[in-house]
Design a protein around this ligand. Structure first.
Ligand code: CA
Length: 226
């Protein structure tokens, strides 16, 4: 089990990390929204524990963007904001549970165990096109059961194209989807990403490719199509 702890107070980070590690969990600790987003882009965590007051942004909006990107990882909020309204906002933003500071280690560990037991009911449907399958919630892509390694931005692009399989997707739609990842988009970002994904699909012998529709956008297509 691998956990991500997002807490900007180093003292609290250490205080929380210690009992979690001793309980046998693999733990990565970071202190900013930017690090949270870059960590989940490369690691499939089993649980994310997130403080709300972070130096570069609010934990709540980070949680919302994770959910909008399709991450179904359980999220536990730890915060000093303890009013009923705060809890409701927290849970509505997509978090699964809420722990008010200060709390003791036993309670933290109990909540963590409960969240890890929970079936992944948030799991979204698996997208399919040709032999390619994309499980957005798990961040996994495969072709005929064989896994294909893609980065978050490439998976995001693939998801946008798969949802509209066979239809042309405007470049602006793709840009919107990618900007949610929180990265500054360069002028040719979509072109670069399309060419990376095209290469990955071809190396994975998926039989699926991305067609450029000049002046409009892109669409997914099966290689054998006339
Ligand atoms: Ca804080």
């Amino acid at each position: 089990m691998r956990l991500l702890l997002v807490e900007d107070s180093l003292r609290l980070q250490e205080l929380l990390a210690d009992p979690l590690r001793r309980a046998g969990y693999g733990l990565d600790a970071v202190g900013t929204v930017a690090e949270l987003l870059s960590s989940v882009a490369v690691v499939q965590y089993d649980l994310i524990i997130v403080d709300l007051g972070l130096p570069d942004g609010d934990g709540l909006s980070a949680i919302r963007s994770l959910r909008s990107l399709g991450h179904a990882t359980p999220i536990l909020i730890i915060t000093a904001r303890g009013s009923v309204e705060d809890r409701v906002i927290g849970l509505d933003s997509g978090a699964d549970d809420y722990l008010i500071k200060p709390f003791n280690h036993a309670e933290l560990l109990a909540r963590v165990r409960a969240l890890l037991r929970r079936p992944s009911e948030l799991q979204g449907p698996v997208l399919k096109f040709g032999g390619v399958e994309l499980d957005e919630a798990r961040g996994e892509v495969s072709c005929s059961g064989k896994p294909i390694e893609l980065r978050l931005s490439e998976r995001r692009l693939l998801a946008v194209l798969m949802r509209r399989s066979g239809s042309v997707v405007a470049k602006s739609t793709i840009e919107d989807a990618l900007s949610e990842i929180g990265r500054e988009l360069s002028a040719n970002a979509v072109e670069v990403l399309v060419s990376r994904l095209r290469k990955a699909l071809s190396e994975g012998s998926t039989g699926v490719t991305i067609e450029t529709v000049r002046g409009i956008g892109y669409r997914l297509r099966l290689n054998e199509e006339p």
